[in-house]
Design a protein around this ligand. Structure first.
Ligand code: FAD
Length: 382
């Protein structure tokens, strides 16, 4: 005789109109516009965030990180970032505080910690629902905004001999400050702002070597986030008006000369070397045979979009990204992507820039849903 095993039926999926994945700045900007469209928080739209606390990636950056811009150039829609009392450029903790209060101010319905594992089509109906799976239960939505950022996917290139290195290797995502580096020989890899800023503080306590794939491009000393924003805005306006592409900020350079980076340059600590060829148990070796002994290698080699939950939708292009038209996934109109990089809209991965793309995404979603069968009601202007 076989025993009867009672398997309880799966809990029904919680149903909303719009589900936002990720509660960092991009997810909150989207929620702000969903709220403004008149949808009911919690019942008609919800934000699921994997992190236990508010603040997105800003909670994890190294403690001395400062914004490139003063608060008035670092604001989400609706409520400007409060001034930072000490000087113009706030630390990451100020952003965490701002995002925490932003979420409270607008009573945004953020559920955390809830990590979305997958987004799937409920059936073959292109106007049907998207099913969203999490460890604490399933959700069903008519549209999804993915705003999961890049922090969860640090990128580490492969170099011959990497696994043989006898010292310590870390990605900038795991950097917490220069204390553990005192008196050591440190190789910093990367040609961007993170490498320059980490080098600026590590070189105060350690013997540093800076290697970059391409010669680093320093911005003029007087160019900060304000100027970059103005240049990006001018480019967007020119493109919107059908004018030629002015090239935007990419033409200006990469590394913002924040005070610590300027000081490192003036001390002679910002001298780049070309990329090494391989790693040995005791250091790194260039193609001409030159060797540098090292105790630590710090990889400031960036991040990739954190999109694993979208794999079941089969939308990725050959470059690993999901092709978009504006913020909308080209091949799945019920899905929008916010943040990640310029490919989801100009400056979408910045505090000041994400509002514009969030607004466009929500306008597109409300139009899509209002036009559909049983479409949602939108009670106000987006
Ligand atoms: P995140 O802040 O990473 O938020 C994503 C959220 O999604 C997180 O809370 C995460 O837990 C959650 N999540 C991830 N996966 C899932 C999942 N599967 N399910 C549910 N939730 C999930 N920008 C500026 O405007 N000014 C600056 O000065 C500036 N300086 C920078 C300096 C550094 C070193 C870096 C790395 C970036 C800087 N940026 C700056 C860029 C940008 O503002 C940040 O990268 C920003 O955190 C991106 O916001 P986001 O909301 O897109 O992603």
């Amino acid at each position: 005789m076989t025993a009867t095993v009672h398997v309880p039926p799966p809990a029904p999926a919680a149903t909303v109109d719009v589900l936002v994945i990720g509660g960092g700045q991009a997810g909150l900007a989207a929620a702000y516009y969903l709220r403004r469209s008149g949808l009911t928080a919690g019942a008609e739209y919800v934000v699921l965030d994997a992190a236990p606390a508010a603040g997105g990636a800003w909670q994890h950056n190294w403690p001395s990180l400062r914004l490139f811009s003063p608060p008035e150039y670092s604001s989400l829609p609706g409520w400007p970032m409060p001034p930072y009392p000490e000087d113009g450029y706030p630390p990451a903790s100020h952003v965490v505080d701002y995002l925490t209060r932003y979420e409270q101010r607008y009573a945004l319905p953020v559920r955390r910690p809830v990590r979305v594992q997958s987004v799937r089509r409920a059936d073959g109906d292109p106007r049907g629902r998207l099913e969203v799976d999490t460890p604490s239960g399933a959700w069903s939505a008519r549209a999804v905004i993915s705003a999961t950022g890049t922090w969860g996917r640090p990128f580490l290139p492969r170099y011959p001999g990497m696994e043989l290195f006898g010292g310590h290797q870390l990605h900038s995502a795991d950097y917490v400050g220069p204390d553990g580096f005192t008196g050591r020989r440190v190789v910093v890899v990367g040609g961007g702002n993170t490498a320059a800023q980490l080098l600026a503080e590590i070189s105060l306590v350690a013997d540093t070597t800076w290697v970059t794939l391409r010669p680093p491009r320093f911005l003029p000393d007087d160019v900060d986030g304000r100027v970059l924003f103005d240049v990006a805005t001018a480019r967007r306006r020119a493109l919107d008006a059908g004018g030629p592409d002015t090239g935007g900020v990419a033409g200006l350079g990469d590394i913002v000369m924040v005070p610590t980076v300027r000081a490192a340059r003036d001390r002679g600590d910002l001298v780049p070397q070309p990329m090494f060829e391989r790693i040995t148990p005791t250091g790194v070796v260039w193609s001409d045979g030159r060797e540098q002994r090292a105790d630590v290698i710090v990889w400031c080699t960036g991040f990739r979009p954190d999109l694993a939950h979208l794999v079941p939708l089969g939308l990725r292009g050959p470059d690993g990204r999901i092709p978009t038209v504006g913020t909308r996934a080209r091949d799945e109109p019920r899905l929008h992507l916010l943040g990640y990089g310029d490919w989801t809209g100009p400056a979408s991965a910045t505090l000041v820039g994400v509002g514009r793309t969030a607004r466009a995404a929500v306008a597109d979603i409300t139009a899509l849903l209002s036009g559909g069968e049983g479409g949602i009601r939108t009670h106000g202007a987006v």
